[in-house]
Design a protein around this ligand. Structure first.
Ligand code: HEM
Ligand code: CU
Length: 659
């Protein structure tokens, strides 16, 4: 392995001044170099459809998820318009049930999980100093299946068969006896279809993080965001099979007359709840953990100092990932769960607050000890997250108490609780991430004044929308009602909540405008606008298709700060076993693989390039889903052929060779 020792930047390559200060010129090469030519996609639509570039796939995930956030937000606004006054006539009961179901399903499945897959996709290879994800074609497949499962779910609108049984689709309500139309088939098949994407993505993250970190980046030098993504991915591998099974079994009952959930014929409807929530509860941490990874990246950057207690914060992340698999029955305290069983899950539901507390104190300590804190928009969203999430966390401990939960289950108190932890715990960190990495992704700066305006509108809007729901719940307002009578003392709180929803929506619109405008006309961004500590700030904004020409050698948890503090450039690997990594030969995309724990032993691995097969395979599976909904054998055969042919071709092309 040849390491290029730090030396002054060569006059030829003119990287941005900041980059020149800390990264050897070998980390980037001139635009027309063979490496750049080898990694760049074909221009236009062919490149768009065949790319396997993690950055392009990451951006697609983020943009698509943002669009679904807007869709879910509009659905919520309609519900709030209906509930603003008693006896509302904006929506009828069926439409309300459809909007409520699609809102919950869209926000959790199509916005929240994918937005963090998007951040992970874009950032993990850059933060670990790799050129791509371990399985680039699988990566493309996971995106195509994600977007096509969203198209499939919303295809139900075109068929006027919209899912209406609630986002957790409990039986017997969602059995074909009580939900005769195709709506809940769309839900069950759509969720199962999407599960393929999430699982494939998770496996990709685990292998990438464990085998492709830069030389020297041992696990205790890995950025916290990557720990967040690794924990998220590990949880997905164990949790998603449960929701996949719930969806498949529900569809078997509905489409093939099975009776797994029908008590009259030996089935058990509570089994469905166990399968759903064995995924459902870890799911909220599958969202929360990468979100905390973003917060643990943003807060130290704007506090200008290392995070307090890094090892404890990492341990807290991993502990949360494990403990969260022991909580799911707290969603079922009112289903006749024996008290002894319930008390175990109640205790576990309180224990899980401890690692979250550790992280919150680490963030507060980091800010507390900072010499100077910069309250830029990313930092505001990160601090807003702490305030809103702590309120949600406190009501979480309340509903973990069995007798209290039995009082408030299925009321607006629970709706308030999960919106505080979901909006506070995931939407605010996502917006911190949007503002923090927008310059890196687009090469342009956002407008900080619009950023601050959007933050305050979202912060005030969230609290005004959701806080009154606690009071409504304590006053007995059940969830999932499309209207309510006058004179129950619920009018003011509902009106406040609806006004709050408008303010929150205005904040999201201001942010959307800021992103759209800056992407086209924003001030050019340097490689490192914030003074970040991890490797993504060492490459230009936006990064070249190959990310790094030479692979940085890492010897600190904060490589960019270390190079800056020591006023020297970072050494980097330029060849291994005589194989030149900067001036590559042959077609295959080359990257480094390193050993799992301490990233000491280094090897070169090659990955296949762009391909249309991931898209074709995803379309094949979509056609199979359509065949299931339409019960059409011909469509089924077409989908089967498309899927089989693309799988065989993929295999013949050698799939994902990692030597
Ligand atoms: C943007 C502001 C939001 C507003 C105004 C809002 C409002 C609402 C309302 C009014 C309901 C229906 C409650 C009922 O009838 O029982 C609801 C349900 C729900 N919301 Fe939101 N929501 C928002 C954001 C979110 C976000 C960001 C998420 C998740 C990430 C989310 C997840 C859910 C879920 C899972 C349900 C339950 C649906 C069901 O009962 O089937 N919401 N929301
Ligand atoms: Cu839970």
């Amino acid at each position: 392995m040849t390491i290029a020792e730090p030396r002054p930047p060569s006059p030829t390559s003119t990287p941005a001044p900041e980059a020149a200060a800390v990264v050897p010129p070998e980390l980037t090469v001139a635009g027309d170099a063979p490496l750049a030519r080898q990694w760049e996609d074909r221009p236009g639509l062919p490149g768009f459809l065949t790319t396997v570039d993690h950055k392009r796939i990451g951006v697609r995930y983020i943009v698509t998820a943002f669009i679904f956030l807007l869709v879910g937000g509009v659905e919520a606004l309609f519900m709030r318009a209906q509930l603003a006054r008693p006896g509302g006539s904006v929506l009828g009961p069926d439409t309300y049930n459809q909007l409520m179901t699609m809102h919950g399903t869209t926000m959790v499945f199509l916005f929240n999980t994918p937005v963090f897959a998007g951040f992970g996709n874009y950032l993990v290879p850059l933060q670990i100093g790799a050129r791509d994800m371990a399985f680039p074609r699988l990566n493309a497949l996971s995106y195509w299946i994600y977007v096509l499962s969203g198209v499939f779910l919303y295809g139900s609108l075109a068929m006027r068969q919209v899912p209406d049984g609630g986002w957790f689709a409990y039986t017997p309500l969602t059995s074909s006896a009580y939900s005769p139309g195709k709506g809940m088939d769309f839900w069950a098949i759509g969720v199962t279809f999407l599960g393929i994407s999430t699982t494939v993505g998770a496996i990709n993250f685990i292998v990438t993080i464990m085998r492709m970190r830069a030389p020297g980046m041992s696990l205790n030098r890995m950025p916290i965001f990557c720990w967040g993504v690794l924990s998220m991915a590990g949880m997905i591998v164990f949790a998603v099979p449960s929701i996949t099974l719930a969806g498949l079994l529900l569809e078997s009952d509905r489409a093939f007359g099975m009776h797994l959930f029908d008590p009259a014929r030996g089935g058990n409807p509570v089994l469905y709840q166990h399968l759903f929530w064995f995924w459902g509860h870890p799911e909220v941490y599958i969202l929360f953990i990468p979100a905390t990874g973003i917060v643990s990246t943003v807060i130290p950057t704007f506090a200008g100092r290392r995070i307090a207690a890094y090892p404890l914060v990492v341990a807290a992340l991993v502990a949360t990932a494990f403990i969260s698999f022991g909580l799911w029955v707290h969603h079922m305290f009112a289903t006749g769960t024996p008290l002894l069983v319930a008390s175990f899950f109640s205790a576990a539901s309180m224990i899980v607050a401890i690692p979250s507390g550790v992280q919150i104190f680490a963030w507060i300590t980091t800010v507390w000890l900072a010499k100077r804190v910069r309250y830029e928009p990313p930092m505001l969203f990160a601090l807003g997250f702490i305030v809103i999430f702590v309120i949600g966390g406190m009501t979480g401990v309340m509903v973990a108490v069995v007798p209290f939960d039995q009082q408030v289950t299925d009321t607006y108190f629970v709706v308030a609780h999960f919106h505080y932890v979901l909006i506070g715990g995931t939407v605010f960190p996502a917006f911190a991430g949007f503002h923090f990495w927008f310059p890196k992704i687009t090469g342009r700066m956002l407008n900080p004044r619009l950023g601050r305006l959007s933050f305050w509108l979202m912060f005030v809007g969230t609290n005004l929308t959701i806080f009154p729901m606690h009071i409504l719940g304590l006053e007995g307002m059940p969830r999932r009602v499309y209207t309510y009578q006058d004179g129950l003392g619920w009018n003011v709180w509902n009106m406040l909540s609806s006004i709050g929803a408008l303010i929150l929506a205005a904040g999201v619109v201001v942010a959307g405008f800021d992103f759209w405008w800056a992407w086209r006309r924003g001030r050019p961004a340097p490689a490192d606008p914030w003074g970040g500590d991890s490797l993504e700030w060492g490459v230009p904004s936006p990064p070249p298709a190959y990310n790094v020409a030479a692979f940085p050698v890492v010897s600190d948890l904060h490589p960019m700060w270390q190079a800056r503090d020591e006023g020297r450039l970072m050494p980097a690997v330029v060849s291994v076993a005589g194989e030149d990594l900067v001036e590559p030969h042959g077609e295959h995309h080359r990257t480094l693989t390193t050993s799992a724990i301490d990233a000491s032993s280094v090897d070169v691995s090659s990955m296949p390039g762009p391909s249309h097969l991931p898209l074709v395979l995803a379309v094949g599976v979509l056609v199979l889903c359509v065949a299931l909904i339409s019960r059409n054998a011909m469509v089924g055969i077409a989908g089967g052929v498309l899927t089989a042919v693309s799988l065989i071709r993929w295999h013949d092309e050698g799939g994902e060779p990692v030597e």
